[in-house]
Design a protein around this ligand. Structure first.
Ligand SMILES: Cc1ncc(COP(=O)(O)O)c(C=O)c1O
Length: 405
C-alpha cells in the first residue's frame, strides 16, 4: 500500500532532526530526497558490477554495459519513447541545454538568428543561448507574463520574425510552479516551422510526460529532481534530430573509426556521449523511475497539487503574505514573500524549526525583476510531504512573522 507513511519510511533522511526539530523538507524543487532503493541500487552496482562499459569483452564489463543500456530503456519507456537511442545521458538539465545550443549552433543557428524564451526561464535556459547570441549577433525575444504571472502566449506570435529559429521554454516554472500551455506553444511553433526545446527539469518530477505524444524536438531533465542521484540527466531528441544533429562534444565512445585524417562516428545515443559516462548515475536514475512507477506519477501529481492548494489557501489568510503565481493547477511549488521582510530572514528563522525552504532568486533573476522583488520564499513539495507538515510550517511562519515585526 502506498500510504504516505509507507512512502516516508523509504526515505531514511526524513528521520533526521534539524536544530532539534523533525526535518520538514520543502526544498524539493532544488533537489528531492532519495528512497532507499535508489541508494541501494547505486551501492550494489559498486559492490558487484563496477567496470567500464561498451568496450570490454570481460564479464563485468558486459554486466555493467547491460545495466547501463537497460537503464536507458527503463527511462525511455517511462517517457513513452520507443527508440531508447533517443535518450542521451547528460550530467543534468544544464549540461543538456549547453550541449544542445552548441550542436544547434553548428546547424540551425546562423548569424542574426532569434530565439524565443519566456520571462520565467531558469538561468540554465537563458545563459547558453545568450552566450551564443553574443558571439553571433543573435537575439533573444522574451514571452511576457500576464497579471496573474502566467505566460502571455497571446503575445508569442508577435515575437516571431523570419529570423526566429527556436522556442526554448520551461515546461513548469521552477519559481512559480505554473505549467506552460505546451499545446498552444506547439500550435504556433508548427505554423512557423520553429524548433521547440522543452526544459522539463520541473515537469518530469511531477507530471506524466509522454514524449511521443508531446511531439517536441528536444526535452531535457535532471534525475536528482526525480528521486534519482545528482550528476545525471537526459537530453531527448526526436528521430529526425537523432539522425541530423551535429555533435558538439567528442571523445572515446562516440566513434566507429578514427584516423588523423578522418573520424567515423557511432550512430544513435553513443554519438553524443563522449568519455566514460556516469554509469552508477544512470542505474540510480532508472531505479528512481521504478520507484516513481510503483507510486504512480499521477498519484504524485495529485498529492502535490492537494498540498499546493492547501498551502495557497492557508497563506491567503495571512495578511502579511504576498503570493506569486497563484493557480489551482500547479506542479508542486508555491512562492511568496512576507511584506517588508527579506526572504533570507524568514528562511533562516524557519530553519531554526527544522523547516527547509529556499529563499532568493531561484536562478530566475529576470523573473524577479518583473515581479519587482529581489527574491521570494519557495516551498516545493514531493510525494512524502504531508498536510501535518504544512500545518507546522504555517504555525511557525506565523511565529516568524510576529518575531520580525
Ligand atoms: C526549470 C529548470 N531548468 C534547469 C535547471 C537546472 O537543472 P540542473 O541544475 O539539474 O542542471 C533547473 C534546476 O533547478 C530548473 O528548475
Amino acid at each position: 500500500m502506498n500510504t504516505t507513511e509507507n512512502i516516508r519510511a523509504q526515505f531514511p533522511i526524513l528521520n533526521k532532526q534539524i536544530n532539534n526539530n523533525a526535518l520538514v523538507y520543502f526544498d524539493n524543487a532544488a533537489t528531492v530526497q532519495k528512497p532507499k532503493q535508489v541508494i541501494e541500487a547505486i551501492e550494489n552496482y559498486y559492490y558487484n558490477s563496477n567496470a567500464n562499459i561498451h568496450r570490454g569483452v570481460h564479464t563485468l564489463s558486459r554486466v555493467a554495459t547491460e545495466l547501463f543500456e537497460q537503464s536507458r530503456k527503463t527511462i525511455a519507456s517511462f517517457f513513452n519513447v520507443k527508440n531508447s537511442q533517443q535518450i542521451i545521458f547528460t550530467s543534468g538539465t544544464t549540461d543538456g541545454l549547453n550541449t544542445l545550443v552548441q550542436s544547434l549552433s553548428k546547424s540551425v543557428l546562423q548569424k542574426n538568428s532569434e530565439i524565443i524564451l519566456s520571462t520565467y526561464e531558469h538561468h540554465s535556459n537563458i545563459l547558453p543561448w545568450q552566450l551564443w547570441a553574443q558571439h553571433n549577433n543573435g537575439k533573444l525575444k522574451i514571452i511576457p507574463l500576464k497579471e496573474n504571472h502566467s505566460l502571455d502566449l497571446e503575445k508569442l506570435e508577435q515575437l516571431i520574425t523570419p529570423n526566429t529559429k527556436i522556442i526554448s521554454i520551461a515546461h513548469v516554472s521552477n519559481t512559480l510552479g505554473l505549467i506552460t500551455n505546451i499545446e498552444k506553444v506547439k500550435e504556433i511553433a508548427k505554423k512557423y516551422n520553429l524548433i521547440i526545446v522543452l526544459d522539463g527539469a520541473q515537469s518530469a518530477p511531477h507530471m506524466k510526460i509522454d514524449l511521443e505524444n508531446l511531439d517536441v524536438d528536444f526535452f531535457v531533465c535532471s534525475a536528482h529532481k526525480m528521486y534519482g542521484p545528482t550528476g545525471i540527466g537526459i537530453l531527448y531528441m526526436s528521430e529526425k534530430w537523432l539522425q541530423e544533429l551535429p555533435v558538439s562534444k567528442v571523445g572515446g565512445g562516440t566513434i566507429k573509426t578514427v584516423s588523423f585524417e578522418k573520424t567515423e562516428y557511432e550512430q544513435g545515443a553513443l554519438r553524443f556521449e563522449p568519455g566514460t559516462p556516469n554509469i552508477s548515475g544512470a542505474i540510480g536514475f532508472a531505479e528512481a523511475i521504478k520507484f516513481t512507477n510503483i507510486v504512480g506519477i499521477t498519484s504524485i501529481y495529485k498529492h502535490e497539487l492537494d498540498l499546493v492548494n492547501y498551502a495557497q489557501k492557508q497563506l491567503n489568510e495571512l495578511p502579511e503574505v504576498i503570493q506569486y503565481g497563484v493557480s489551482k493547477e500547479k506542479a508542486g511549488v508555491i512562492s511568496f514573500n512576507v511584506k517588508n521582510q527579506h526572504p533570507f530572514d524568514v528562511g533562516s528563522l524557519l530553519d531554526k524549526y527544522g523547516i527547509a525552504v529556499r529563499t532568493g532568486h531561484h536562478c530566475t533573476q529576470p523573473l524577479m525583476k518583473v515581479l519587482n522583488t529581489q527574491g521570494t520564499i519557495r516551498a516545493s513539495f514531493a510525494i512524502y510531504n504531508t498536510k501535518q507538515e504544512l500545518n507546522y510550517f504555517i504555525e511557525k511562519l506565523k511565529k516568524v512573522i510576529t518575531m520580525l515585526k
